[in-house]
Design a protein around this ligand. Structure first.
Ligand code: HEM
Length: 149
């Protein structure tokens, strides 16, 4: 198994970064959809239905599979011998931010269900603020994994 991980390390890293891009794209876009949904759309209207379909598809077809792929390829990299120096700080800042990113993902999933049930209680301004969370986490993760402090 270790031999396989070492031999395919560049390919696994490429697949990891591709999955990361898809996951991040979805996590940036879904709160944006929520902002328009809450500010521009009349509850129960055909546009409301359309937003619900867009939000469900974005989550189920892009965000959920991309997150699973990111985790699978990321853990494969973490188990590749000689790749991660666990005595350094960066693997731990990255791990903390990745866990926070995953919690944010599940928080968005719960808010999507609120919209689907007609029970959203957050404002457009609150969704705009939450939109900054994945940006901040992504910046810390990229600096951790590239600068490797
Ligand atoms: C979900 C759990 C994740 C795990 C277990 C994980 C783990 C890893 C590991 C072990 C590496 C290899 C580091 C190296 O080759 O030196 C890596 C590379 C990378 N990760 Fe992740 N990662 C995860 C999520 C993320 C996320 C969410 C992002 C961005 C927001 C990200 C961005 C990157 C990038 C850009 C690289 C390539 C760095 C380089 O050029 O060497 N990862 N990841």
């Amino acid at each position: 198994m270790s031999d396989f991980l070492v031999a395919y390390y560049p390919w696994i890293k490429a697949l990891h970064v591709i999955s990361v891009i898809a996951w991040m794209a979805g996590l940036f876009y879904l709160p944006r959809l929520f902002v328009y949904h809450v500010e521009q759309v009349q509850a129960g209207s055909p546009t409301d239905e359309m937003f619900q379909v867009m939000e469900r598809r974005l989550l189920k077809a892009i965000i959920n599979p991309a997150s699973i792929a990111t985790w699978v390829f990321g853990l494969a990299l973490a188990f590749t011998p000689g790749i991660v120096d666990w005595t350094a700080v960066w693997p731990w800042t990255k791990a903390a931010c990745v866990v926070a990113m995953t919690l944010f993902h599940h928080w968005l999933g719960r808010r999507r269900k609120d919209f689907a049930a007609g029970q959203n209680i957050l404002s457009g301004r609150q969704y705009r603020m939450m939109n900054e969370v994945p940006t901040l986490l992504m910046m810390i993760i990229v600096v951790s994994v590239i600068v490797k402090f």
